[in-house]
Design a protein around this ligand. Structure first.
Ligand code: ACO
Length: 315
């Protein structure tokens, strides 16, 4: 046995809220459509804040919450595809801003909306070999820089934000039993890159992505329970990637998950890709809905296509 548990959580969201009413003044949309199709009411976009500011804000809060000092961190992984620079990575910028030791392994990882789960699994593997057994895992996105304002099907969905957890690796902790997968598809959803002239823009075929998501969620839940040898009753809280309230509602109905065991904050933040899962975890922690001893089943899905699930406990 060996694995990681969460010691502390933090988050940062930029100041500027973008309401559905405001969007309806710049594109052909309305609050009724956005709310009924997605559950989103507001999302936040960076104006003066940078991606690095968001990472630093979330990471500092997580360190303080965990009672861990930067010099105790052995590895730092940031799940993102929207950092301030293609290089240096957001991880390297965090090393600088937080004063992490120079031998701390710091890097970024891109698995779109599943990125935080890929980063948690990577951290569990990394810390096994690291000299210091605390790790920083972030999901951070500044998607506002990629929004295609000529596509009403996507421009209403996405927001900016960052969430962070400090994890501790120990030989007597259980593994998070991560299940991760991908199916390479450059056409379904993503951000245009080197193959297209700048600027990079988000694209998505909504309906097939929706179908993919509603299959990926139960697959991940079933696989994680099977791998960990746990049942639905062993799970204290279910945390889903916040892409669409309807996707969460379908999973909740399928598994008869009671209201006190899941949470939605998509109405406030929209889809923040890799940041969405740690934003949920951090809010739940602050609300006292999860804490020492809690076991959460986390599910993500998104561009790539990618998907992932894990069972993670709080220390
Ligand atoms: N306002 C008003 N009307 C709109 C808007 C809008 N913002 N956007 C689209 N419409 C219209 C369309 O033009 C279409 O009109 P038509 O019937 O006259 O042609 C109609 O609404 C229906 O459009 P659909 O795209 O079929 O709408 P759908 O019900 O599928 O909802 C949505 C779209 C919300 C995007 C949904 O498909 C979805 O949530 N998909 C999954 C998203 C997801 O899970 N993504 C994965 C993670 S994201 C990542 O990894 C970065």
């Amino acid at each position: 046995m060996s694995g990681i548990k969460i010691k502390g959580t933090g988050r940062f969201v930029p100041a500027k809220a973008i309401t559905n009413e405001y969007l309806s003044t710049i594109v052909d949309t309305n609050d009724e459509w956005i709310t009924s199709r997605t559950g989103i009411k507001t999302r936040f976009h960076c104006t003066t804040e940078t991606h690095t500011d968001m990472c630093v804000g979330a990471a500092r809060q997580a360190l303080e919450n965990a009672g861990i000092k930067p010099e105790e961190i052995g590895a730092c992984v940031v799940a993102t595809f929207s950092a301030d620079y293609l290089s240096p990575s957001a991880g390297c910028m965090l090393q600088r801003e937080l004063g992490l030791p120079h031998d701390t392994v710091c890097f970024d990882l891109n698995a779109a909306c599943s990125g935080f789960l890929f980063a948690l699994h990577t951290m569990e593997c990394l810390l096994a070999a690291a000299p210091r057994k605390y790790g920083l895992v972030l999901g951070a996105e500044m998607l506002s820089r990629f929004i295609n304002w000529e596509d009403r099907g996507t421009c209403v969905l996405f927001g900016d934000g960052a969430g962070a957890v400090v994890v501790e690796w120990r030989e007597d902790y259980p593994s998070i039993h991560a299940l991760l997968g991908c199916h390479g598809d450059p056409n379904m959803l993503g951000v245009t890159g080197a193959e297209k002239p700048a600027p990079a823009r988000i694209f998505m075929h909504g309906q097939p992505t929706f179908k993919f998501a509603v299959q990926a969620v139960p697959y991940c839940i079933d696989q994680v329970l099977e791998r960990s040898g746990k049942t639905m009753d062993d799970v204290d809280f279910f945390v889903f990637h916040q892409a669409n309230a309807r996707i969460i509602d379908l999973a909740v109905r399928k598994y008869h998950i009671p209201p006190e065991k899941y949470y939605k904050n998509i109405q406030k933040y929209g889809n923040t890709s890799a940041a969405s899962i740690p934003l949920v975890i951090s809010e739940l922690h602050d609300l006292g809905k999860v804490g020492p001893g809690s076991r959460i089943l986390v599910v993500g899905f998104g561009g790539g296509l990618t998907w992932g699930g894990a069972l993670i406990e709080f220390a």
